[in-house]
Unconditional design. Structure first.
Ligand code: MSK
Length: 628
């Protein structure tokens, strides 16, 4: 029997989204929800991880209970097939974050070599602190010399010529490092682990499901403590370490009388330069001459989070809002770098006057205009793009513009430096609050939207349930827009928290949900866990903390979830990955990993049930530490 079509109230929590879904329907524009309906029901073999197309003896579809089809042509069974697919899935996620990090390393090296004037060191103190932390001497050296040495060190972290240990492994509590060594999952090099995963999962190499899954954990760790952490720390050094500040969120951040430019993707390298050009008085005057009141830059997804954290640039929306922003008819230009950019955006932009501009040689989009940015030409290219946006504004049909509502206010910018700064420079007050029970624990709510779930419903209800239970929430990525739109990123939201958390937030003037950045900035969360564990002399797995990716969709989110678990953090997912065709792999994920790395996954689409399970885990960890 065909499944009933979902009503608009089942698609999204938000009025701004509903208004634009209706407008898209009226204007004959297909959105992500329409395409999901077209693709449903999904292939059960693919959904459960039981297809293999990694060689030309196949493709194979494994039917575990069939006499003839229980094995692929090579002899792989369900467990091996699922593990191979999952291993490559995680490797793609780790590669994506880490290749983003590589662009930052290249930029830092160019600053060090004097090959760019467009990018500079904005946070010299952090440059010197990080250099010292990874063992470089900074005495009598200028910033450029230190930048060059640090970039060279991080370059070695990517390869296999290093000492087989990532620079930031020094941050990991000793007990955890010893465990990784014992289990054989200590990450050696960022590219090394990804390449080895591709090798292991070639036909005829690693043919044991558990062994492949353990290497998936190692690969994810090279992302979390390698590529992502490097990306975060260099971004702070080059663009400034975030500090708390106020900004706005939802489609109301678009302005009918302004040139509207949206930045989408992940890398601050492009979006920071675009912002510098858009703030240039010459272009503001040019926009006014074209009949606009000014130039308005707003963000989407994680490049939006990068600008939000450091520059207070407003956020138009998360993953499922990206198409709907163009449907407002108010977007003059969308500038993209890479990751999470639906190819459909080009098609939708062609239904309006919107220019869609790609910038990276590794992310071309058929039908887009391509303006390639690099560290030598970035400002010149950003100027060119702003001129294109002003020209597009003159072609805008104002009768098609619909901006559904006013924006919500939110507080953002909680880097670890800012969090520790608010605590007086040490984690001790937070540790005391945890010991006293006023903050019972902390949970990172991270990740995407997935059109299979009602947009932002799980994010917001889970966060509300956790803060009620005196559990501090940290958020990154697309969860940020959800929780911002729900008003949870405002200090006033402390009134929705339990008495203990409420008192802590009110005394510090902070919200009960702290925005700590983009997807790569999940590295800030594991670093903060390491700081707390080191201060207490325990392992990360002993802390009353958890992670959650309630509405995840991407390979990157799988890598994040796995590095959280492999770092000792209990992790909730709103949907399972494509592994349920293997009992061995599923049981390992949902329990067996606890015996190996001290943490495991749970899968629960209901935010209220998920909150119960997370709370129970946090209470168990508190008891383990001798706390009530
Ligand atoms: S953008 S990976 S949808 S968080 Fe980082 Fe959002 Fe998920 Fe992409």
């Amino acid at each position: 029997m065909a499944k009933e079509k979902r009503g608009i109230d089942d698609l999204t929590l938000w009025d701004d989204a509903k208004a634009m879904i209706r407008k898209a329907e009226a204007e004959g524009i297909q959105t992500v929800w329409d395409r999901l309906e077209g693709q449903t029901p999904h292939c059960k073999f693919c959904e459960t991880g039981l297809t293999c197309k990694k060689c030309v003896m196949g493709p194979c579809r494994i039917k575990p209970d069939s006499e003839k089809k229980a094995h692929g042509v090579c002899g792989a069974d369900a467990d091996l097939t699922v593990a191979r697919n999952f291993g490559r899935f995680v490797a793609a996620g780790a590669a994506s974050h880490s290749d983003h990090g590589r662009d930052l390393v290249e930029t830092l090296a160019a600053i060090g070599a004097g090959e760019t004037t467009d990018y500079v060191i904005k946070d010299s103190d952090k440059l010197r602190r990080i250099a010292g932390e990874v063992g470089l001497s900074t005495d009598h050296k200028d910033d450029k010399a230190i930048a060059a040495e640090l970039a060279a060190l991080f370059t070695r972290d990517y390869g296999f010529g290093s000492n087989k240990r990532l620079s930031f492994a020094a941050r990991v509590p000793e007990k955890r490092r010893e465990l990784w060594e014992k289990v054989g999952i200590a990450p050696r090099g960022v590219d090394w682990e990804v390449v080895e995963m591709m090798h292991r999962t070639h036909m005829g190499v690693d043919s044991d499901a558990v062994s492949i899954c353990l290497h998936a954990a190692r690969t994810s760790l090279s992302d979390g403590w390698g590529g992502s952490m490097i990306a975060t720390e260099i971004s702070d050094i080059v663009f400034g370490t975030p500090k708390p500040g106020m900004t706005e969120v939802n489609l109301g951040v678009l302005k009918k009388d302004h040139v509207n430019i949206l930045v989408h993707g992940h890398s601050p390298i492009v979006s920071e330069m675009l912002l510098a050009s858009a703030r240039d008085e010459t272009f503001i005057q040019a926009a006014k001459s074209a009949g606009a009141a000014g130039i308005n830059v707003a963000g989407l997804c994680c490049t939006g989070n990068e600008l939000l954290m450091r520059q207070g640039v407003p956020m138009a929306g998360n993953h499922l809002m990206t198409e709907l922003t163009i449907v407002t008819g108010a977007v003059d230009l969308m500038l993209v770098d890479y990751q999470c950019i639906m190819p459909s955006l080009v098609t939708i932009s062609h239904c309006y006057h919107t220019k869609f501009v790609s910038t990276s040689n590794k992310a071309h989009f058929t039908g887009a205009e391509h303006v390639e940015f690099n560290y030598k030409n970035a400002r010149e290219k950003a100027d060119q793009v702003v001129r294109m946006a002003i020209e597009a504004f003159t072609e805008r049909d104002q009768s098609r513009v619909q901006i559904p509502q006013g924006p919500m206010q939110m507080m953002t910018g909680f880097s670890n430096e800012a969090i520790l700064g608010a605590l007086g420079g040490t984690p001790d007050p937070l540790i005391e609050a945890i010991k006293a029970g006023s903050v019972r624990g902390a949970v990172g709510i991270v990740g995407c939207n997935n059109p299979k779930l009602k947009q932002d419903y799980v994010h917001t209800n889970l966060a509300k349930e956790l803060i009620k239970r005196d559990i501090l929430v940290l958020c990154t990525g697309c969860a940020t827009s959800a929780l911002g739109k729900a008003g949870l990123l405002m200090p006033e939201a402390a009134s929705q928290a339990g008495d203990g958390l409420k008192a802590v937030c009110e005394s510090l003037g902070i919200p009960p949900v702290l925005h700590v950045g983009s997807c790569v900035d999940n590295a800030r969360i594991i670093h903060l866990c390491a700081v707390l564990a080191n201060a207490l002399g325990v392992d990360i797995a002993d802390l009353p903390v958890a992670a959650s990716a309630p509405e995840w969709y991407s390979e990157k989110a799988a890598a994040i979830g796995l590095y959280a678990v492999a770092s000792g953090i209990f992790t909730h997912l709103g949907l399972p990955p494509h592994i349920t065709g293997s009992e061995t792999v599923t049981n390992l994920a949902l329990g067996g990993l606890d015996d190996v790395v001290g943490a495991h996954f749970i899968v629960e689409p209901d935010p209220f049930k998920a909150a119960e399970q997370i709370d129970a885990r946090i209470q168990a960890k508190r008891t383990g530490l001798g706390l009530t």
